[in-house]
Design a protein around this ligand. Structure first.
Ligand SMILES: CC/C=C\C/C=C\C/C=C\C/C=C\C/C=C\C/C=C/CCC(=O)SCCNC(=O)CCNC(=O)[C@H](O)C(C)(C)COP(=O)(O)OP(=O)(O)OC[C@H]1O[C@@H](n2cnc3c(N)ncnc32)[C@H](O)[C@@H]1OP(=O)(O)O
Ligand SMILES: CCCCCCCCCCCCCCCCCC(=O)OC[C@@H](O)COP(=O)(O)O
Length: 398
């Protein structure tokens, strides 16, 4: 069997030979009641964990490092549920192409991850690799400030000391620097994700971005937006001595798949391929202009990797995929057992009571929660994305 077939598959199914069973399983996964259960467990457990995180605030006064370690584990209970949905519910395969010599370092050092921002679940594929290398709970990102208000995930990020930005350099330059410096004594290994394009790729944003590239005399990119270099420069500058390397990560999906979170929820299986190059931080210039030029060159290389992938269906280098771990599934099963039992009791009470007011109130609450979750899932949908990058902002506005 070739490496792809040898690839550890984290699926509940027993392989293609039971196509009838697979068909039934797929039908079950597309049932709304399953989505309700998954979202109910995610939302209620997430809010409980957010509350527990709030309770760790007094601990920060006694021991910041202990509070951080507690929050890493609490955050794992939330993010690992989404990883479980990707790996175990949808059975999505995530294949890693990388240098075998770099592989042992992954998860055992702090790193800055630079990744293309082209897919609605690129962050989730990133999280699945965090899970496989044991750094999911402490994973961090330079995220747009709007995400801080998303219940469960955004609130969780406050306690992980995630770095938020307004995507306005004059304001970000100080706040981002301070937030990054704050991570210098972080007690757990972490990966800091930077989507240098700053927004998800769309045809319109690509067109505007390539006009900017032309105005700067920079080579056009076919598969990426022009990277924003200031955030990368400030991140490298403030994590020198804290992060050992940049993990240049290029993600794509087989057969031109356009994966979505709703697809994952419906149990749709995708095939993600990630090409990672480990670049020691000392190879990155300290001077801002040289660092910017270095990043532009990196994105030109990433563009060539995507071209090769489009032509051949593979990235350069060997496949060295880390196996799935059971903990994300175990965590989901724990929260499901804990929360579905009282839900069952509540529903039984509701039916027995027969009180119209109680039933109407419950239905109203469930509808509000469903709308809330649908809004949260909408945060990942590119067609609901921001206007950032849709027009060239005059330089003096930056
Ligand atoms: C082994 C396995 C390896 C890896 C596993 C993979 C990943 C796992 C790791 C971690 C996982 C952790 C978490 C994942 C979970 C969730 C992630 C969630 C996602 C949220 C992410 C986001 O929110 S992305 C949006 C926020 N982030 C950014 O914007 C970062 C990039 N931006 C910057 O860095 C910016 O510089 C800035 C934000 C700091 C400031 O932006 P601003 O626009 O104000 O100023 P800029 O200087 O950047 O922009 C002006 C310059 O840009 C030029 N330019 C280019 N294109 C345009 C355009 N279309 N319009 C205007 N200007 C443009 C312009 O010419 C200026 O150029 P200069 O030469 O003057 O710089
Ligand atoms: C348990 C598994 C399934 C449960 C599903 C229930 C709800 C799921 C809630 C998901 C909330 C995720 C929020 C964080 C991820 C956002 C990722 C992202 O990509 O943000 C976009 C920005 O980068 C750029 O924004 P744009 O300028 O492109 O606009």
């Amino acid at each position: 069997m070739d490496p792809f077939q040898l690839e550890m598959q984290c699926v509940l199914s027993t392989g293609g030979e039971h196509s009838r069973k697979m068909g039934l399983l797929q039908l079950l996964k597309s049932q709304f009641i399953c989505h309700l259960i998954i979202c109910y467990v995610f939302l209620v457990s997430g809010l409980i964990i957010n509350l527990l995180q709030l309770c760790t605030l007094p601990l920060w006064l006694l021991s910041k490092q202990l509070a951080r370690r507690v929050n890493v584990r609490l955050a794992y209970c939330i993010s690992s549920q989404m990883v479980a949905a990707l790996e175990w519910w949808s059975g999505t395969e995530c294949t890693l192409y990388t240098d075998p010599e770099s592989y042992p370092l992954y998860g055992n050092e702090n790193a800055i991850v630079v990744m293309n921002h082209s897919f609605e679940i690129d962050f989730l594929c990133g999280w699945t690799f965090c899970e496989r290398f044991g750094v999911l709970g402490s994973s961090k990102v330079l995220a747009k400030k709007e995400l801080a208000y998303v219940p469960v995930i955004g609130w969780m990020w406050y306690f992980l000391e995630i770095v938020f930005c307004k995507r306005r350099w004059e304001e970000d330059r100080t706040t981002v620097a301070h937030s990054l410096q704050n991570l210098q004594d972080y007690p757990e290994n972490f990966w800091f994700l930077l989507f240098c394009e700053g927004t998800r790729l769309t045809p319109k944003k690509h067109q505007v971005s390539m006009q900017v590239a032309e105005s700067k005399g920079l080579p056009k990119l076919k598969y990426h937006l022009l990277p924003r270099t200031k955030g990368f420069w400030i991140t490298v500058q403030n994590l020198r001595g804290t992060a050992a390397a940049v993990y240049d990560s290029t993600l794509n999906f087989r057969n031109n798949e356009t994966p979505t979170l709703l697809g994952i929820l419906n149990g749709k299986k995708y095939h993600a391929d990630l090409y990672v190059r480990r670049i020691p931080l000392e190879l990155i210039p300290e001077d801002e202009a040289e660092c910017a030029a270095w990043l532009h060159k990196l994105y030109q290389e990433k563009d060539s990797f995507q071209e090769q992938y489009t032509q051949t269906g593979r990235f350069p280098g060997p496949i060295v995929s880390p196996p799935c771990r059971p903990w994300s599934l175990i965590n989901w099963l724990f929260w499901s057992c804990l929360l579905l039992y009282p839900l069952g009791l509540l529903l039984a009470q509701l039916i027995i009571s027969g009180s119209i007011l109680t039933i109407v109130t419950s239905v109203a609450l469930c509808s509000a929660a469903s709308l809330g979750v649908r809004w949260m899932i909408g945060q990942t949908e590119i067609d609901k994305g921001s206007n950032y990058g849709n027009k060239e902002v005059p330089l003096n506005n930056n």
